[in-house]
Design a protein. Structure first.
Length: 330
């Protein structure tokens, strides 16, 4: 049975059916362009539909800390298998492998690593694992991702979220929407940060966070830019790591994954965004450990201003890595 044959049997809302047909048409074209046998991918695509169906019938409730589901389906593997046919492997790359080695050593010593990164597509966790699983399989599988509520509530995103270790929060883009839910959402975020502190206290953790609170988007000239980092978000992670009393190391990471599954031009508050897949290479660039003490700020005594400058300095490290990818990979 094929994806479309199985889809025709499902009692999904018409808008969702239309969106899935559009997505499949783009996915099939991209996979064929990438010289993949679409017939061999059908079981993975059908599993995706089954997971969407499960989510519509009985929505999965994510806890503050969600651990990847690997039984009865290995959903970690499913996510990578789903994304792989779109990726031009021979044109993809990882820059800064020596820093990944350093991170791995620190984690094995029981210390922690937090990656401050940009974010471009919903399946960024799968893209990272795809590029790291041969060289650093344990890190690729055990990495913890800070996830916004969109990927834990949208039926088309949940199947991929189920296969990852997640710290679930409400990002700054959605915490005020709707306004009456803001206190509840803020309380949820506080619970999540408490959980993160407990994880960091245990040690041996690697946590990925995108401090922009959303995905990168094109500017007025059509160029994709690394979105600014939120100072409050940066400080929250620095403070939580310090309170864990376990050595924690911070690294910058730049990602180029945009073309695989571009986001809509504008941030959407409602669920159900259209998704169109493309065949493209992907790139990661890791930088050296961030020495927070060496970041230079003005002598401005205002605490808010100093935090803004720190967020800009860390974001600029990621932007420099992003430019490095652009210059060397086109």
């Amino acid at each position: 049975m094929t994806f479309l044959e199985f889809l025709d049997q499902l009692q999904f809302p018409e808008e969702l059916l239309s969106s899935l047909r559009e997505f499949y048409a783009s996915y099939e074209a991209a996979a064929i362009q990438n010289k993949k046998n679409i017939d061999e991918i059908q079981p993975t695509l059908i599993l995706f539909l089954k997971l969407v169906q499960f989510q519509l019938i009985e929505p999965y409730e994510f806890e503050s800390y969600h651990q990847a589901i690997t039984e009865p389906y290995d959903l970690y593997r499913f996510g990578i298998d789903f994304l792989a046919p779109l990726i031009q492997k021979d044109k993809s790359s990882v820059i800064g492998n020596e820093f990944v080695d350093q991170m791995q050593s620190q984690i094995e010593r029981g210390e922690n690593v937090i990656l401050f990164a940009n974010h471009q597509t919903e399946p960024d966790p799968q893209a990272i694992s795809y590029l790291l699983e041969n060289s650093h399989p344990k890190l690729a599988k055990e990495m913890i991702f800070v996830a916004g509520h969109r990927v834990t509530t949208d039926p088309l995103a949940v199947p991929f979220s189920l296969g990852r270790n997640l710290l679930c929060i409400y990002s700054k883009n959605y915490i005020d929407h709707p306004p009456e839910q803001k206190p509840e959402k803020m309380a949820h975020n506080q619970r999540t940060m408490k959980t993160m502190r407990q994880l960091l206290s245990e040690g041996g953790k690697c946590i990925f966070v995108a401090p922009s609170g959303g995905r990168d988007r094109p500017n007025d000239q059509g160029l994709i830019e690394v979105a600014p980092f939120d100072p409050q978000g940066i400080e929250m992670f620095l403070f939580t790591a310090k309170r864990s009393h376990t050595p924690t190391h911070f690294y910058p990471l730049a990602m180029v994954t945009f073309n695989l599954l571009p986001p809509p031009d504008r941030v959407q508050k409602r669920l159900g965004e259209a998704r169109l897949a493309q065949c493209a290479p992907i790139h990661l660039a890791f930088g050296g450990e961030i020495d927070l003490e060496s970041l230079h700020f003005s002598e401005n005594p205002d605490k808010k201003e100093r935090r803004t400058q720190r967020a800009e300095a860390i974001c600029n490290l990621v932007r420099q890595l992003y430019k490095q990818i652009s210059y060397t990979k086109g």
